[in-house]
Design a protein around this ligand. Sequence first.
Ligand SMILES: Cc1cc2nc3c(=O)[nH]c(=O)nc-3n(C[C@H](O)[C@H](O)[C@H](O)COP(=O)(O)OP(=O)(O)OC[C@H]3O[C@@H](n4cnc5c(N)ncnc54)[C@H](O)[C@@H]3O)c2cc1C
Length: 479
Amino acid sequence: MTETSNLRNLVWFKNDLRVTDHPALSAAAGGGKAGGQGGAEVVACFCVSVQQWRSHGMGDWRLAFLLRSVHALQKSLQTLNIPLLLVDAPTFAEVPAALADLAGKLAVDQLHFVDEYPLDERRRDDAVAATLAADGISVVRHTADVLVKPGDVLSGQRTPLTVFTPFYRKWLAPAEAHCRSTCDAPQVQTLASVEQRPLPEAVDGVHMTLGADLWPAGEAAAAELLDEFVSSRLDHYGEARDVPSLPGTSRLSAHLAVGSVSPRQCMQAAQRQAIHEPDFAEGAQKWISELAWRDFYRHIAAAFDHVSFGYAFRREMDQLPWRQAQEELAAWQAGSTGYPFVDAAMRQLNATGWMHNRLRMVAAMFLTKHLLIDWREGERYFMSRLVDGDFASNNGGWQWSASTGTDAAPYFRIFNPASQGSRFDAAGVFTRHWLPELRDVPPKYLFEPSQAGVQGYPTPIVEHKFARERALAFFKANM
Ligand SMILES: Cc1cc2nc3c(=O)[nH]c(=O)nc-3n(C[C@H](O)[C@H](O)[C@H](O)COP(=O)(O)OP(=O)(O)OC[C@H]3O[C@@H](n4cnc5c(N)ncnc54)[C@H](O)[C@@H]3O)c2cc1C
């Protein structure tokens, strides 16, 4: 500790890679009344747990985005005189000892961090808190990855709500209350005298520039995107959000996944816009309900450990004898199922690391209902490709589509990929963009090109009517 300061505080960053609206940083860095730690020196750290991330299925796009976000965070912290140290802890099990070691070397008084909710993350966080507390360090845990803390939205019987609509009704008032509060900006610190190694530009063979042109990282980029979306596109969100050829959604998911923007900043921005421009109120309400889905799946991950172990939320659905069909799985992954709307979706994912929400539902339902392939295969594949890969939302979305989850689509809800295409890509702009081989197919046949005898595009790997009946029989027989 330097002579001029009373305390030295450590902030452990995880998926909260920002300096604004960050209660742990604010408290550690004496952000006025909320922190009250004026005079403290602050050191920040980030654990590189690449073996664990990979075991959770993290793909290259997400890893590169994470690296860029950590670099951006380091720059933002520099302006506050806060060094960001990297801690090597290949698995979560190694994090408590590694942080205890760092805290000991730096002689820190307090550790501040933001809680996370999937089981491995919770166990890691609890172990860190216990280990450092045993070393006499005061540990302060904060809530910032959700708008309402898991455990605070319960049924009348004080049990977790597992259906979205009642969850949303009870969630809204505390979420709005949370948005009325703010988090003080951290103050510039006395620079701590610690050795700061440069951050690596590549980890596990992945260079941070992968996808950089498509997915600029860091909180300045997130703030720009949020501002642009809220001020110019939020009013049409209700209609445009389902049309993949339009920039109808915010594309903030990767930023929300690594925390370069907070869900509170998102909700506050939407609320402010709705107050200034009443025409935006409906879009704002709809968009906020999507932020509620994000919270909902985090609450589910926090309350139901079996979901983190890879079991179906509805345990009886683990009896389903999913088909083993490697070739069909490979065709789905490559975007060559013979169903243009599904194939365009998969090619968008493979080429950009992102897929539109409507298409995630269509592609996931196709895999689980038309091909009867285990949703965990799809969950894994999405995770390996998505720039916004996020356990709670991905698992929730997959289980919804496969009818095995909370609030899931009933098993007899089976999207017809051709009618989904005609409905949500009526002019075929999105589909033709990703499937140039169908550029000249007449609109009438675009979503069923086999009917027009188109050459150079696969014939459907399964016939829709047959697949639908097979899926209905499969679920009926095994539930
Ligand atoms: C099978 C499947 C897998 C998915 N996997 C992921 C994933 O790994 N990571 C991820 O962030 N989202 C996932 N989603 C949810 C959703 O598709 C994406 O959040 C959304 O497409 C991101 O685009 P956006 O930021 O433009 O969304 P917007 O429409 O602008 O929504 C704003 C934010 O709300 C949240 N959100 C929106 N829809 C959902 C939803 N259905 N569930 C949970 N949160 C939501 C996201 O954080 C999103 O960034 C998945 C959905 C499905 C059906």
